[in-house]
Design a protein around this ligand. Structure first.
Ligand code: C2E
Ligand code: MG
Ligand code: MG
Ligand code: MG
Length: 280
């Protein structure tokens, strides 16, 4: 194949580029098959109250159990799912899997801890999330208070009016609304308050600055003060060290999440973690 561009009017076929294209096409076919066969598993990471260490919620994080490559993490397939639009089907699968899991935990007599579900921008804008959540909740007989939705700032920026309508409908059902990776995008606190968000999840890059320089603490203080004044709670993600947890508790950060608290675990493991914490 010869392309008519470049200084001489054409370029020679580039095998490295062609190889990458083929690999991408291959991954795309595999991802399509993975959706049909449901090769995905959910892991769950606890979110705790900063003062009491009580588990307040679980975050559902998707993994792809690839038949050859083994367990793949979201960074290896969510971008491709977004680009190809497969994120819509994958998202439907995630919501239904999580609701089925909540129902199963209920039958096993586990404590009724809410679960938060990540929804990416394209997924939110292409699928009626209100209808999707409603259908899944009804199918599995779960009260809306048992689920939360995590959106990033970019989702709100793209189409504020339509996003607002859909979010209000979900909120009216009783589903809590969270902003994920807060501080990395371009939304304002007042816009998030208008959209009725319950909780800001401050991006882990801010948490990782705590202890390194004074700036991290200054930023958290400002975010927490403003969020509280506007009626929102704050959770710090990516808490990896005890000093970070201590600083955050002192700054009145409401909730904590991160490897220091607990890593994401499978459906059985996370219930063990919850029981262990209740007993302590
Ligand atoms: P996120 O929603 O911001 O999730 C937090 C990520 O940080 C997770 O990575 C989690 O395992 C990781 N993490 C937790 N504690 C710590 C810590 O102390 N330190 C550090 N460095 N990392 C920590 P994961 O599971 O690889 O997920 C990456 C991203 O993929 C998520 O970021 C989310 O945006 C996306 N994602 C995950 N599951 C889903 C899903 O079901 N649907 C959609 N649309 N996106 C998902
Ligand atoms: Mg999240
Ligand atoms: Mg996050
Ligand atoms: Mg993130």
């Amino acid at each position: 194949e010869v392309k008519t561009s470049g200084k001489n009017g054409y370029q020679f076929f580039d095998p490295a580029f062609y190889g990458a294209m083929r690999q991408r096409k291959q991954r795309e076919r595999e991802l399509q098959a993975a959706i049909v066969e449901n090769q995905f598993v959910m892991h769950y990471q606890v979110r705790v109250d900063a003062a009491t260490q009580r588990v307040v919620s679980l975050e559902a994080l998707v993994r792809w159990n690839h038949p050859v490559a083994g367990l793949l993490y979201p960074d290896e397939f969510i971008p491709l799912a977004e680009e190809t639009g497969m994120i819509v089907q994958l998202g439907e699968l995630v919501v239904d899997t999580v609701c089925a899991q909540i129902a199963a935990w209920g039958r096993e007599g586990c404590a009724p801890v809410p679960v938060s579900i990540n929804v990416s921008s394209r997924q939110f804008n292409e699928r009626d999330m209100h209808a999707l959540f409603l259908q899944s909740l009804e199918r599995h007989g779960i009260p809306p208070e048992r689920v939360e939705i995590e959106l990033t700032e970019s989702t709100m920026i793209r189409d504020p009016e339509r996003t607002s309508e859909r979010l209000q409908a979900m909120h009216a059902l009783g589903i809590r609304l969270l902003v994920d990776d807060f501080g990395t995008g371009y939304s304002s606190l007042s816009m998030l308050q208008q959209l009725d968000f319950d909780l800001l999840k401050v991006d882990k890059s801010f948490t990782h600055r705590l202890g390194h320089d004074g700036q991290g603490e200054i930023l958290f203080t400002a975010i927490i003060t403003m969020a509280h004044a506007l009626g929102m709670k704050v959770v710090a993600e990516g808490v990896e060290r005890p000093e970070q947890a201590d600083v955050l508790a002192r700054l009145q950060c409401d909730e904590l999440q991160g490897y220091y608290i607990a890593s994401p675990l499978d459906a059985v493991g996370v219930q063990g973690e919850i029981r262990r914490r209740q007993a302590a």
